[in-house]
Design a protein around this ligand. Structure first.
Ligand SMILES: Cc1cc2nc3c(=O)[nH]c(=O)nc-3n(C[C@H](O)[C@H](O)[C@H](O)COP(=O)(O)OP(=O)(O)OC[C@H]3O[C@@H](n4cnc5c(N)ncnc54)[C@H](O)[C@@H]3O)c2cc1C
Length: 387
């Protein structure tokens, strides 16, 4: 298994930390208050090559594995930042890399690696079908040299800060396929051409400063060569990238959790009430200690998932369990941190409430905890399928 203290991983941690030092807490606080987007941070991460870590060297990236990529996102969150603003590019790139044609890879990957283009968005979720993805209603109909897209998506993130988006749409009606997972296809949509020409973007105000949107497709025409891989196999392609996505999210949660534990311990040492540091009270110590233990345990499963994925083994079990454990541990750490800070936990200048909101998201998106439990029950424990 990849060890978390391998020398090259330590070097990555140090490199990312050095970059993050230029984007301290007040940077993220200001962006959060303004409901802005951290463009300068994203550009700096791109220029330093961190966002192209997993793009093979032949296309201008560093050709690193999932373990290394996970450390990059973990460190951003551990330094107090929000890697929800950059992770899309890391995992959307997989779909293109694994299933794109040679022409698509040659055209897009070097431009993604150089930062000329951003592939930050993936459009899957729809308002009327939610988690039941095989029932999506957005359609793509082939007409000569184009596909015509109609339908609606919801919660599609970073569309306003991305040039490209991977879109899942039905190319064969559900009633005409034998298996419900068949008949869906994925497309690489050029947002710069689509927005205003059949695609309307409606931002969704939400609890986190996460740029996310409703999308309306009204006869959007895209070139037929936007199709990735074979028509009808898109759902399988999307699933293929999910184990990597879940492992990366687990690492982000570990980064958040460590930030909460360090922040809690520091405050508990410094804050004096009743003539002694609050951290001298076991009632204050224990939730912090518990959060630390649970994070360390979740981290072991994250390394298992990285090792499985990077060795080419099926990472379904370890990636799902890592995401579950890490999202739960970071949320418990957030809760302990807020409680340790008492009233000051609610003051924006301490950053706890911001990170508290940010880490809560990971129990819902990109996959909700219930769906992971369902995967474990049905795929690992062979319980009857519920849907
Ligand atoms: C900030 C944010 C950003 C997002 N970004 C993206 C994005 O970029 N691209 C994208 O495609 N999607 C995105 N999503 C969507 C996200 O993946 C979904 O919100 C999530 O998968 C849940 O779907 P839903 O909201 O429709 O919930 P629903 O499917 O309506 O489910 C609601 C609740 O019921 C539970 N539930 C539903 N069915 C079952 C069942 N059979 N058994 C047990 N429990 C069940 C779910 O676990 C959930 O807790 C984002 C969401 C948010 C909040």
């Amino acid at each position: 298994m990849t060890a978390c203290n391998d020398e090259h991983l330590t070097a990555i941690r140090e490199g990312v930390r050095a970059l993050c030092a230029d984007f301290p807490a007040d940077y993220w606080r200001r962006i959060d208050e303004e409901k802005g987007f951290p463009d300068a941070f994203v550009s700096a991460m791109t220029a330093a090559g961190w966002l192209s870590a997993m793009i093979p060297e032949q296309y201008g990236g560093s050709g690193l594995g999932l373990a290394e990529a996970s450390v990059i996102l973990e460190e951003v969150n551990r330094c107090g930042g929000n890697s929800g603003t950059i992770h899309g590019q890391m995992y959307n790139m997989f779909t293109l890399l694994r299933h794109g044609s040679e022409a698509q890879k040659n055209h897009y990957l070097p431009r993604l690696a150089s930062g000329e283009l951003r592939l930050q968005s993936m459009g899957v979720t729809e308002p009327t079908t939610g988690t039941d993805t095989t029932r999506i209603k957005t359609t793509a109909v082939r007409q000569g040299d184009t596909y015509v897209i109609n339908g609606q998506k919801v919660w599609i993130s970073r569309v306003q800060h991305s040039d490209l988006m991977i879109l899942l749409a039905r190319t064969t009606p559900l009633a005409e396929v034998t298996k419900k997972v068949d008949g869906m296809s994925i497309f690489l949509v050029d947002l710069r051409e689509a927005i205003g020409n059949g695609l309307t973007v409606q931002p969704i105000a939400n609890m986190v400063n996460h740029e996310t949107n409703e999308l309306f497709f009204d006869n959007l025409q895209i070139p037929a060569d936007s199709l990735i891989g074979e028509e009808g196999k898109g759902f399988r392609y999307i699933l293929d990238g999910l184990n990597a996505e879940r492992t990366l999210i687990a690492a982000e949660c570990i980064g958040d959790g460590r930030w909460f534990v360090e922040k809690s311990a520091q405050y508990a040492r410094d804050r004096v009430v009743f003539g002694r540091p609050i951290g001298q009270n076991q009632g204050v110590q224990f939730p912090i200690a518990e959060a630390h233990i649970e994070l360390e345990a979740a981290d072991l499963m994250r390394w298992q998932a990285c090792a499985d994925y990077d060795a080419g083994r099926n990472a379904g079990a370890s990636a799902n369990m890592a995401k579950y454990l890490a999202a739960k541990a970071s949320w418990e750490a957030a809760n302990a941190c807020l409680q340790t800070h008492g009233g000051f936990g609610f003051a924006c200048e301490y950053d706890v409430e911001r990170k508290f909101r940010e880490t809560r998201l990971y129990q819902v998106a990109p996959i909700s905890t219930n769906l992971i439990l369902s995967y474990v029950a049905e795929h690992l424990l062979e319980l009857p399928r519920s849907f």
